[in-house]
Design a protein around this ligand. Structure first.
Ligand SMILES: NC(=O)c1ccc[n+]([C@@H]2O[C@H](COP(=O)([O-])OP(=O)(O)OC[C@H]3O[C@@H](n4cnc5c(N)ncnc54)[C@H](OP(=O)(O)O)[C@@H]3O)[C@@H](O)[C@H]2O)c1
Length: 198
């Protein structure tokens, strides 16, 4: 299977790329990747990425920039980080990518537990997650040629200890649990689902 991982250099993306490349062809994408570069806030850059990659079987996105910071700093400008990044970036990966993906392919986007369990400093991510999850449910009944779409929604993950203090009482998701959440989406039959890997 040819699997594109957007956000491949990040905490999640590195782990998933290293795991999936043992069995599949993995194309790593982010703003500085040696494989293929993309800034998901730019539809033109996304189109260019897909043209370079050609047909593929699955796209995983673990790139979802949002504004993280105190409520008092949230305004039109800071809020747009998540709107243009995690929300429209991922939605455009699907809207544009549907014209390049192979029949029976799949898209797997990243959201997070903040959708339903907000934490201080993360309102921008909560809102972007909700939009992406709504899009996933709607896209699942519209995408043609057997193409599936899901979101993976973990709580804080074990390889991101810098976030632990912001998630009191949350048991971190292990990297194996996270990987298997993505495996369920990419290799399973589900579509329109929000997969919680814990
Ligand atoms: N870490 C957690 O505990 C956790 C838990 C639940 C949900 N999440 C969500 O999961 C996502 C990934 O988390 P992570 O911890 O793996 O993040 P990360 O380590 O910061 O990695 C982010 C990745 O996305 C890429 N990226 C950032 N902005 C981009 C852009 N505009 N265009 C293309 N690529 C871009 C980065 O590479 P470049 O900067 O080089 O482009 C990097 O490869 C985030 O949306 C986060 O909200 C994280």
């Amino acid at each position: 299977m040819k699997i594109v991982i957007v956000g491949a250099s990040g905490t999640m993306g590195t782990y998933l790329s290293n795991s999936f490349e043992k069995e599949h062809q993995v194309v790593r994408a982010d703003r500085n990747s040696p494989d293929v570069q993309v800034d998901i806030t730019s539809p033109a850059a996304i189109e260019k990425m897909y043209k370079k990659i050609g047909a593929f079987d699955a796209l995983i996105c673990t790139a979802g920039p949002t504004y993280v910071g105190p409520w008092k700093n949230l305004n039109e400008e800071t809020f747009r980080v998540g709107v243009e990044g995690k929300m429209m970036g991922q939605i455009n990966l699907v809207l544009i990518g549907q014209h390049y993906i192979n029949p029976k392919g799949s898209f797997t986007l990243i959201t997070g537990a903040l959708t339903c369990e907000p934490q201080k400093n993360f309102a921008n991510a909560s809102a972007a997650n909700s939009a992406v999850e709504g899009f996933v449910r709607a896209a699942a009944i519209e995408l043609e040629n057997g193409i599936r779409i899901n979101a993976v929604s973990p709580t804080v993950i074990e390889n991101s200890p810098q976030y632990f203090p912001f998630f009191p009482g949350e048991m971190p998701v292990t990297m194996k649990q996270l990987e298997f959440g993505f495996r369920k989406s990419v290799f399973g039959a589900s579509t329109g689902q929000v997969i919680k890997p814990n």
